[in-house]
Structure formats: structure tokens, C-alpha cells
Design a protein around this ligand. Structure first.
Ligand code: IMP
Ligand code: MG
Length: 175
């Protein structure tokens, strides 16, 4: 059990389990994108650790860029997505793979997809997915873990800015 500000969390996905699953996702991507040089677009802040781990296991030629969005405050989605740092690379005719830490309502992703209208293809890879919270019609090609609709922190995800450094995924303690 750990404490972040006013809330307690317990381990939900251990570090070794995360690493093994992300390695398997990278191997799937290596096969699916052989010969294509995809452009990965990592959605900051939360995706930085997932992105770093995934990248260690990619063996195909590939490029990466980062965009930054924010839609959460505390433990609930605000519903509005503010793009903070925009896309610098031209996605035209590229095979884009968006990297997300978590898909909750799906609104962030829904707001980002129009940026890639000229791409040759767009796929989404997310470390975590909360199917019960989804409020958008999205096709998610690569999912690390489907999780229940409970707030989580660690491995890049935060609670009020803290907890991103934790090497495991923790869930809110409701005991
Ligand atoms: P969505 O737009 O509702 O799908 O949520 C998008 C963003 O909200 C994610 O990229 C995260 O940054 C954040 N988020 C959603 N669920 C959680 C959670 O359980 N813990 C921490 N951040 C979350
Ligand atoms: Mg995020």
C-alpha cells in the first residue's frame, strides 16, 4: 500500500508483468509493420514510460514524435481536451501508431484522430484500456491490459501530477 496526497493505492500490475506484456506488443508491431517505417506519436505526459519500454523491443525501422494533451483533473475526466503541444511532423502518407497510456472515455483519442487525416494508416496502441468507461466508437489495435473502471496511477500515470515514477501500476484503494 502506498499513499499519494490524500489517497491510498495498492499494486495492481507488477513491473515484470508490464514489461513482458509490452515486449509482446512490440513483437506484434514488429511483425505487422515489417518494411513500413511507422511514425510513432506518443501522447504526453502519461505515455512516456510505456513508450520507452515499447521502444526497447522494436526492431523495425521507425520514428517517434510527441504530442501533449490534458483532459483530467484529479480522478475524473473533465471531458474537454486541450491540445498543449502540437504535432510537428507531417503525417501525410505515413503509417502512424498513436501511443497512449490509457483509454478511459476515449475522448482524448477521438479529439486527436483528425490530426492524422492525411496519414496512410492510423493505429492505436494503449497500455491500459477501461472498456466500461468508453464513450466513443474507437478501433484500438493494440491493448496491453483491459482493466475495470477504477482509477490507477504509476508507470507514467498520475494522480494530481504525482505517482508517474512508480514502476508498477497501482489502483485506488477502496477498502
Ligand atoms: P480519456 O480521454 O477519458 O480516454 O482519458 C484520457 C486521459 O485521461 C489518459 O490519457 C490519462 O492521461 C487520463 N486518465 C484516464 N484514466 C486515468 C486513470 O485511471 N489514472 C490516471 N489518469 C487517467
Ligand atoms: Mg494520457
Amino acid at each position: 500500500m502506498i499513499q499519494i496526497l490524500d489517497k491510498s493505492f495498492d499494486v495492481y500490475i507488477p513491473e515484470a508483468t508490464l514489461e513482458a506484456r509490452i515486449k509482446a506488443l512490440a513483437e506484434d508491431i514488429n511483425q505487422a509493420y515489417a518494411g513500413r517505417t511507422p511514425l510513432f506519436v506518443s501522447v504526453l505526459n502519461g505515455s512516456f514510460m510505456f513508450t520507452a519500454t515499447l521502444f526497447k523491443y522494436l526492431t523495425i525501422p521507425c520514428e517517434i514524435t510527441f504530442i501533449r494533451v490534458a483532459s483530467y483533473h484529479g480522478t475524473a475526466s473533465t471531458g474537454s481536451v486541450k491540445e498543449v503541444l502540437g504535432l510537428q511532423e507531417n503525417p501525410a502518407d505515413r503509417d502512424i501508431i498513436l501511443l497512449e497510456d490509457i483509454i478511459d472515455t476515449g475522448r482524448t483519442l477521438e479529439a486527436l484522430l483528425p490530426l492524422f487525416g492525411t496519414a496512410r494508416s492510423v493505429a492505436v496502441a494503449t497500455l491500459l484500456f477501461k472498456p466500461e468507461a468508453l464513450q466513443a466508437n474507437l478501433d484500438i489495435a493494440y491493448v496491453g491490459f483491459e482493466i475495470p473502471n477504477r482509477f490507477v496511477v504509476g508507470y507514467g500515470l498520475d494522480y494530481l501530477g504525482q505517482g508517474r515514477n512508480l514502476p508498477c501500476v497501482y489502483q485506488l484503494w477502496e477498502g
